[in-house]
Design a protein around this ligand. Structure first.
Ligand code: GLU
Length: 376
């Protein structure tokens, strides 16, 4: 599978049914083989993030509620009890490979409210740079029914979008998408590639939806996840997880469905900054900074003349030259009050002034140059 071999960043979603056995305990064998898979990718220079379910499934026995359907508070209690068992299982699996896991618990707000999104992204980026394997789950204990993801397929897609991943692998109990339900219809054909998500494809996903005992996501949630990923420039791969080392199997040509991205991660991110966010204020810059920003460089406080409007950290701002022309849009790293205090200051004077530094006013990665007008 070319996508997987070429990818720089890979998000792999592992469902409860894969890592929790029928006895309610973590399946050490599967986890060890999967850790070997992750280790091999890492040695090739690829970054891997795991989105792992299993907290509720592992916690059930601990809270003495192994059998019956759980109420929402019971589920949350089970998740609290099971999350630590889940992390222990991941740590034990990674350790022989010299890899360290890092727990990241997110809620929907963390992936949708921009400031929290930026914070979560910064943490995950740092973990990846430090060489750890982030293991992400929904923070089940603090979310109510209305605000939870509920399934980790969509959470995984949001995380893939957040870190600009190239590939999202959804390890599943089916080896991909079929034209009809393969268990009921002998004419069902496997679909290897989906260049574009159409309504026909969505309809098929409904038909081939499988209900598994432990997990919550069927094929429909996988398609919903693929839709998010595709728009973010990330390919989605749906394949069978129930084999040892499923990523190696994928590379060896095992069956899967690849849903292709409709753009690149960088272009998707810049288009989002340029087009989807209402700017909360403006930053007026001198000629030197204007030229630097036009060349795609970060905007430093030193080149800022004036701040306009009231914005918070992480908000979108317009960057204008002194003639009033818009040069770019970007996500600002300081709120308006702090930005005003550091106008014109050199980078090493920021910390003495504010007591902290968040780096450049707008980092190059968070700048969309020359796209803003086109988006309107
Ligand atoms: N967050 C849930 C758990 O860890 C799982 C959600 C899902 O299965 O997609 O138990």
């Amino acid at each position: 599978m070319n996508e997987l071999e070429r990818a720089k960043r890979i998000v792999v979603k592992v469902g409860s049914a894969l890592l929790v056995g029928r006895d309610g305990a973590a399946d050490g064998h599967w986890l060890h083989a999967f850790a070997a898979d992750v280790s091999r990718l890492r040695e090739r220079g690829q970054q891997v993030l795991v989105v792992s379910s299993g907290a509720v499934a592992l916690g059930r026995q601990r809270v003495g509620l192994a059998r019956r359907p759980l109420t929402m508070p019971e589920k949350q209690a089970a998740a609290a009890a099971g999350q630590s068992a889940l992390m222990r299982a991941w740590e034990e699996a990674f350790e022989p490979h010299g890899l360290a896991a890092a727990q990241v618990l997110l809620t929907r707000d963390d992936t949708e409210v921009r400031r929290r999104w930026l914070n979560a992204r910064a943490t995950v980026e740092t973990l990846l740079q430090l060489g750890l394997v982030p293991v992400v789950n929904e923070n089940d204990t603090v979310v109510t029914e209305e605000i939870r993801y509920g399934d980790n397929d969509r959470l995984a897609a949001r995380v893939a979008q957040m870190i600009g991943a190239d590939v999202l692998v959804l390890l599943s109990d089916v080896d991909g998408l079929y034209t009809a339900d393969p268990r009921r219809n002998p004419d069902a054909r496997h679909i290897a590639r989906v260049p574009r998500l159409t309504s026909d494809i969505e309809a098929m996903a409904g038909g081939a939806n499988t209900a598994v005992g432990l997990g919550t996501g069927g094929m429909a949630t996988k398609i919903a996840a693929a839709r998010i990923a595709s728009a973010a420039g990330c390919a989605t791969v749906v394949t069978l997880g129930h084999r040892p080392s499923p990523l190696a199997a994928l590379e060896a040509g095992e069956r899967a469905t690849v849903i292709e991205p409709s753009t690149t991660p960088a272009a998707a991110y810049k288009a989002w900054i340029a087009g989807s966010l209402a700017p909360a204020g403006a930053v007026v810059v001198d000629a030197g900074a204007a030229a630097a920003v036009r060349r795609g460089k970060s905007l430093l406080a030193a080149g800022v003349r004036r701040i306009e409007g009231r914005f918070g950290k992480g908000d979108a701002v317009i960057i204008r030259d002194e003639a009033g022309d818009e040069i770019a849009r970007g996500l600002v790293r300081y709120d308006a009050a702090d930005a005003a205090r550091i106008c014109g200051l050199k980078s090493d004077a920021i910390e003495p002034e504010l007591g902290y530094t968040a780096g450049p006013l707008v980092h190059a990665d968070d700048l969309a140059v020359g796209q803003a007008q086109a988006a309107h």
